[in-house]
Design a protein around this ligand. Structure first.
Ligand SMILES: [Zn+2]
Length: 287
């Protein structure tokens, strides 16, 4: 167990820091509560806050971001443990966001985290090479293989004429460098459909040698059966939720950006409940 998780557990016991009162008690009960943890300390948290502010009330969801104080970020398996520690019940909806980034983690780090997530009913949004690919997909498609290095993705994000505010993204240290302040947020908002379409297209381009990877028929993101459920999934069944083939190795999904699944899931309940169109709904179409 990591130092961060030990610290979280200590906070839990003391009743300070981590939330002991059920998170659901802070929220409008008509909103779907989703627990999200990520390896980064800044960008992903800002992005989750952006989704809550922009769409949470209308689409009746609240993404509870499980913050951590480690400036170096969590390892993928720690991200999964973080969301498991924060969720209140086994059947709470849980998401773990992490990236391939070959600079600071091994293929086995990714596979270990995927296995743990599958075992405990956690959705994974893997970004390959980095979360910033998901941001870039809001502005343009990006299909070239990066072997886990984010340099090209960052260069293209900074250089894109519509990515206002991103010109100096991650070029400064501290929160300002990788945060999503007002200008960057405005540049991203309203482009979700483009990002989802681009990310879904990447699944079909997956270099898995036997093929079979496609998000085309993934029109609805179903909740994962709880870990105590008799209908518990196998790893292969869980893996298919991403659109990738049952045997597709996550480390080889280059490039990919699974965050689209979180947005489709966030919108699908609302679509089912109200039968109204909404800005994400076009992403649920069968194309
Ligand atoms: Zn694949």
């Amino acid at each position: 167990m990591s130092g961060d998780n030990r610290r979280s557990k200590r906070r839990d016991r003391r009743g300070g820091g981590a939330v002991r009162r059920p998170v659901s008690s802070y929220q409008d009960p008509t909103r779907r509560l989703v627990y999200v943890a990520a390896e980064g300390a800044k960008t992903e948290g800002d992005y989750i806050a952006l989704l809550n502010r922009a769409y949470g009330a209308e689409k009746k969801f609240h993404l509870h971001f499980c913050r951590h104080g480690d400036p170096n970020g969590l390892r993928p398996v720690e991200v999964v443990k973080r969301v498991l520690a924060a969720a209140q019940r086994p059947d709470d909806e849980k998401w773990a966001l992490f990236d391939r980034d070959s600079g600071d983690k091994t293929p086995e780090d990714i596979r270990e985290a995927m296995r743990l997530a599958a075992e405990h009913g956690v959705h994974v949004a893997l970004s390959h090479p980095s979360f910033e690919l998901w941001l870039l997909l809001h502005f343009k498609q990006h299909t070239s293989r990066e072997s886990g290095r984010s340099t090209t993705v960052l260069d293209r994000l900074r250089a894109h004429p519509d990515a206002a505010g991103f010109a100096d993204y991650a070029s400064q240290s501290g929160d300002r460098g990788k945060g999503l302040g007002d200008r960057r947020e405005r540049a991203l908002l309203g482009r979700e459909k483009t990002a989802i379409d681009n990310a879904r297209a990447l699944v079909a381009l997956c270099p898995h040698p036997s093929g079979g990877c496609s998000a085309r028929h993934l029109t609805k993101i179903e909740p994962i059966p709880g870990p105590r459920s008799e209908t518990k999934e196998t790893y292969e069944e869980w893996n298919r939720r991403t659109g990738h083939a049952a045997t597709c190795d996550p480390v080889q999904r280059d490039p990919s950006a699974d965050v689209w699944r979180l947005l489709v899931r966030s919108a699908s309940e609302r679509t089912k409940r109200s039968n109204r169109t909404n800005s994400f709904r076009s992403a649920n179409r069968t194309d």
